[in-house]
Design a protein around this ligand. Structure first.
Ligand code: GLN
Length: 197
């Protein structure tokens, strides 16, 4: 693959995604403008703060281009990135300022596992994503909870009975942070998607 993977670099944990993808040999490009998005093979929406990302997405005039991009190329959203991808937020009091892109047919509850001090690491089942039976060490940091999935959404990661990762075609959303651990299976699966399209 020669086209770079774009990393939405407005706020949040994009640098660790860059390291993970680079370790797998993928060229990366930080995306802060529509021009930087053009020509990317795929896009990562990192974890961070979805209120801030909403504001910066609109200020940088990337909302429309990201939606258009997701219609034809793979997008991986992790944690706050999953919130941005989701079609619906279920919890929020008015005024929180998060406006999801509405691309992935699922409903999420922000901070659904508790506050920052309730962050945790937990092995999750990732088998539907890459076929491997090995558990994946998932880091949850004020993570969103996936509370409903639409018919188009396949559950690709589970924590007990709970979905913590969903896929709809070329769109992949995870409640946890795969970029923070040494296990590169999520990024490898995403690169495989990017190579397919
Ligand atoms: N709780 C954050 C939000 O609502 C997401 C946290 C994260 O990305 N680690 O945006």
């Amino acid at each position: 693959m020669t086209a770079p993977i774009g990393l939405l670099a407005l706020q949040g944990d994009f640098e660790r995604h860059r390291q993970a993808l680079s370790a797998l040999g993928a060229p990366c490009r930080l995306v802060r403008s529509p021009a930087e998005l053009a020509g990317c093979a795929g896009l990562v929406l990192p974890g961070g703060e979805s209120t801030t990302m909403t504001r910066l997405l609109d200020l940088s005039e990337l909302r429309g281009p990201v939606r258009e991009f997701a219609g034809r190329r793979p997008v991986l959203g992790t944690c706050a990135g999953l919130i941005l991808l989701a079609s619906r937020l279920v919890d929020e009091a008015p005024g929180h300022g998060v406006a999801p892109l509405g691309l992935l047919d699922c409903a999420v509850l922000r901070n659904g596992y508790g506050r920052q001090i309730d962050s945790f690491e937990q092995d999750v089942v990732l088998t539907p994503l890459d076929g491997s039976p090995a558990p994946f060490p998932a880091v949850f940091i004020r993570a969103p909870r996936i509370v409903a999935t639409g018919p188009g959404c396949e559950i690709v990661a589970r924590y007990g009975d709970e979905p913590v990762g969903v896929r709809q075609g070329r769109l992949l959303g995870l409640a946890f942070h795969p970029e923070l651990v040494g296990d590169r299976r999520v990024h490898a699966a995403f690169l495989a998607l990017c190579a397919e399209v």
